[in-house]
Design a protein around this ligand. Structure first.
Ligand code: NAD
Ligand code: TDX
Length: 341
């Protein structure tokens, strides 16, 4: 079985590639990745020597790069490649449209041309928009798509293009929508690795707004396994919500990180809120549990010690990132929020 994985040098894509090769989910993986600021070959080091591993440095918006990855055909494309950070999309939306929308359509066209077995589109709960804290419901696969950020709107567009390719051309597709992931190798612009690595350096933890926004957390391994299940058992053309069933307010996660890293909670610094900050995400994973046998696994509190240990033991990995171009990003993004110059 040969799989092409786009975005395989990123956080979730690399988790999927490592597990798929080391646990023999398939024989061969071709990673196609543009190595943007978020892509990191270090994430793939454990599989460099694996005989089934090939890396192609290329961009999903370029037809010749995609053709190269699909030259020998593929039983599946697992499409992770994306611009993935909401704050960056608020600052500059065009790269999100280019990669997430144009790139996805380019990949769909190539999948048709090369007669790919199944197109696995990795999407997000953000396509459903926001719930209120007091809402009793969670979003199901039937809920309306009401994205708020440019990131979420670009992901929603890509979902619709994949579903349209299924309906129009009969492309074999699965769309999965997952909740917020956390775990090793997550780029430290995202909430949990940012707070853990700042705490390990005794730096302030910038909590947006009142800190009451709720996210539904899933450990990255569980997402990867859910994708494998969806590939094997999912029905052509269907959408599956891979929900973590672990809703937590940001301030509670911040407090838990303080406790596990051993820093005082005074390090938590309330800062200016994100524009149009979605209040609450929650998806109903009933269909994935019933039809795929999907399970979200232990809660974030049970996982946090091991995750913090990983960041403590792999300081070189994140220090290299934080000492590079990231410094300018952090200064730009957070100086304005804290009012600092
Ligand atoms: P990430 O930002 O860590 O990694 C993205 C990867 O895609 C990087 O390796 C980058 O180099 C590559 N890439 C970006 N643009 C590219 C292009 N034009 N061509 C080829 N490669 C390109 O992202 P992530 O957090 O691992 O998310 C992966 C996928 O999962 C995304 O599609 C995201 O929308 C989705 N998702 C993420 C979460 C989450 O909590 N992080 C939750 C649900 C869904
Ligand atoms: O410095 C911060 N302070 C803070 O309070 C950052 C970076 C975030 N936050 C808050 C904003 C959110 O309520 O933490 C929460 C999580 O923020 P992010 O890590 O940026 O994730 P989110 O915006 O929820 O989006 C994530 O989940 C869905 C991923 O980045 C997306 O790629 C995925 O689709």
């Amino acid at each position: 079985m040969r799989w092409v994985v786009t975005g395989g040098a990123g956080f979730i894509g690399s988790n999927f590639v490592r597990r798929a090769l080391l646990e023999e989910w398939c024989d061969e993986i071709i990673v196609l990745d543009a190595l943007t600021y978020a892509g990191n070959m270090e994430n793939l080091k454990p599989v460099f020597e694996h005989p089934g591993f090939t890396f192609i440095h290329g961009n999903i918006i370029r037809a010749d790069d995609v053709d190269k990855a699909l030259r020998d055909g593929a039983d599946a494309i697992f499409h992770f490649a994306a611009e993935s950070h909401v704050d960056r999309s608020i600052e500059s939306a065009l790269p999100f449209v280019e990669t997430n929308v144009v790139g996805t359509q380019n990949l769909i066209d190539a999948a048709r041309k090369h007669k790919v077995g199944r197109f696995m589109h990795v999407s997000t709960d953000e396509v459903y928009g926001s719930l209120e804290l007091e809402d009793q419901k969670r979003f199901s696969e039937e809920s309306a798509l009401e994205p708020t950020s440019p990131y979420a709107a670009s992901k929603t567009s890509s979902d619709l293009l994949v579903l349209a390719a299924h309906k129009t051309y009969g492309l074999n597709t699965i769309v999965t929508r997952c909740s917020n992931n956390y775990g090793p190798y997550q780029f430290p612009e995202k909430f949990i690795p940012l707070f853990i690595t700042n705490a390990l350096e005794n730096k302030p933890l910038p909590l947006y707004g009142d800190g009451k926004n709720v996210r539904d957390w899933i450990y990255v391994d569980e997402h990867s396994f859910g994708l494998k299940l969806a590939f094997e058992k999912g029905v052509n053309g269907e959408v599956y919500n891979l929900g973590g069933e672990c809703e937590r307010a940001n301030k509670d996660i911040a407090l838990a990180i303080c406790e596990v890293t051993g820093v005082g909670k005074e390090l938590i610094q309330p800062v200016e809120d994100r524009l149009a900050h979605d209040r609450r995400y929650a998806i109903e994973p009933f269909k994935a549990k019933d039809k795929l046998g999907f399970r979200a696994g232990p809660s974030i509190e049970e996982r946090l010690v091991e995750v913090v240990d990983w960041y403590r033991d792999n300081k070189e990995w994140w220090a290299n990132i934080k000492n590079g171009a990231y410094k300018d990003y952090y200064q730009r993004m957070y100086a304005q929020r804290t009012g600092a110059k």
